[in-house]
Design a protein around this ligand. Structure first.
Ligand code: HEM
Length: 305
C-alpha cells in the first residue's frame, strides 16, 4: 500500500466522516431539506454544481458531498483492514458489514430522494446508518489495537452477563426504530407535557391520536431501556467488581444512556431545538457503537466456553 496511506489517520477520519453522514442525514430530515436538490440523484437539480442556492439545497448538497468523502475513506479503510488486519478474527466480518450496510444506507438515502417512501421505511434508515457507523468504529478499534491496550483479549464475559448484553443490544434497535418513527411521523411535539402526554389527564388514553401514541410508546420504550441499563450497572458493580473493563465500560454506557434520556426530554422542552435534536441522534450513535464492542467481546467469550 502507498506509504502516504496510513491506517490510523484513515481509520480516525472514517469514524468522524461516518458520524457526520449520520448526523447530516438527521439534519436533512429535521430541516425538511430532503428534496433540496429536487427529485434528482446523484446530481443536484440535474446539475453537478447547482445554480439556484437555497438553504435546503445547501444542506442536502453538503450531505451528499460528505457521503462522497465517506465512500473514499470507508473504501480505503476496508482495503487496509482486509489486507493488513486479517489476523484479528472479526476483521473480515466487519469489512463485509461495513460495505453491505454502507450500500444499504446510500440506497435508502437515494430512494428517499427519487421515490415517495412510507414513514415506516424512512425510519429504517437511521437504524441502518447506526449499524454502518458501528462497523466502521469497530474496524477503527482494531486498527488502533484497542484490544491490546485495554487487555480485552484475556477478558471472559460470563454467560449470565452475555445474555443481558445481547438483550440490550436487540432492544436498543427497537427503541431506536421507535425514535426514528417519532421523527418521520412528525410526532416529535405531539405531547408537549412530560412525563405524560397531558399531565392534567395522565390516564385518558382514549383521547390520544396516532402521533401521540407513537410519541408515548417511544418514551415508554426508552424508560425501560434506561431502567435495564442502570439495573445492569448496579448488578455489575455488585458482582463483577474485579472486571475493570466491564465495570468501567458499562459505567460509560450508562452515562451515555442517561444523557440520551435527558436530551430526549430537552427536545420537547426546547420545542425541538435543532442542536439538541442532533445531539439526541449523536449520543445514541456513541452508545450503540460501545454496545457493539461489547457484542464482539461477548462473541469471543462464547467461543471460549
Ligand atoms: C433510551 C433512550 C432513548 C433512545 C435510545 C432514543 C432514541 C431516539 C432516536 C434514535 C431518535 C431518532 C433520531 C433521529 O432520527 O434523528 C429519537 C427521536 C426522538 N426522541 Fe428519543 N430516544 C430516547 C429517549 C427519549 C426520551 C426520554 C424522549 C422524550 C421524553 C425522547 C423524545 C424523542 C423525540 C421528541 C424525538 C424526535 C426528534 C426529532 O424530531 O428530531 N427520546 N429518539
Amino acid at each position: 500500500m502507498n506509504k502516504w496511506i496510513k491506517p490510523k489517520p484513515i481509520a480516525l477520519i472514517s469514524v468522524f466522516v461516518m458520524l457526520f453522514v449520520l448526523i447530516g442525514g438527521a439534519l436533512v430530515t429535521k430541516t425538511g431539506s430532503g428534496l433540496g436538490c429536487g427529485r434528482s440523484w446523484p446530481l443536484c437539480e440535474g446539475q453537478l454544481v447547482p445554480k439556484n442556492i437555497t438553504p435546503e439545497l445547501l444542506i442536502e448538497f453538503s450531505h451528499r458531498l460528505v457521503t462522497g468523502v465517506a465512500i473514499i475513506f470507508v473504501g480505503l479503510l476496508s482495503i487496509i483492514a482486509w489486507r493488513q488486519y486479517q489476523h484479528v478474527r472479526e476483521t473480515k466480518f466487519l469489512v463485509v458489514m461495513t460495505i453491505v450496510f454502507f450500500i444499504l444506507q446510500s440506497l435508502l438515502g437515494a430512494g428517499a430522494v427519487l421515490f415517495e417512501q412510507t414513514s415506516l421505511i424512512k425510519a429504517l434508515h437511521f437504524g441502518i446508518s447506526l449499524v454502518s457507523f458501528a462497523s466502521v468504529f469497530l474496524l477503527a478499534l482494531i486498527i488502533f489495537n484497542f484490544d491490546d491496550k485495554f487487555h480485552t483479549k484475556q477478558l471472559t464475559i460470563p454467560k449470565k452477563l452475555r445474555i443481558q448484553f445481547y438483550g440490550i443490544f436487540t432492544y436498543t434497535l427497537i427503541v431506536v426504530y421507535s425514535g426514528a418513527l417519532v421523527r418521520h411521523k412528525e410526532a416529535s411535539l405531539a405531547c408537549i407535557d412530560w412525563p405524560f402526554c397531558f399531565n392534567n389527564e395522565p390516564f385518558n388514553f382514549s383521547s390520544l391520536g396516532l402521533e401521540q401514541w407513537i410519541q408515548m410508546t417511544h418514551r415508554f420504550f426508552a424508560s425501560l431501556l434506561l431502567i435495564w441499563v442502570i439495573g445492569l450497572l448496579i448488578y455489575i458493580w455488585k458482582n463483577y467488581r474485579d472486571h475493570t473493563f466491564i465495570k468501567n465500560g458499562w459505567l460509560l454506557a450508562s452515562i451515555l444512556i442517561v444523557l440520551q434520556v435527558v436530551l430526549g426530554g430537552l427536545v420537547i422542552i426546547t420545542l425541538k431545538n435543532t442542536t439538541i435534536a442532533l445531539m439526541h441522534a449523536l449520543f445514541i450513535s456513541l452508545f450503540f457503537a460501545l454496545l457493539s464492542y461489547f457484542m464482539i467481546l461477548c462473541n469471543r467469550s462464547a467461543k471460549k466456553d
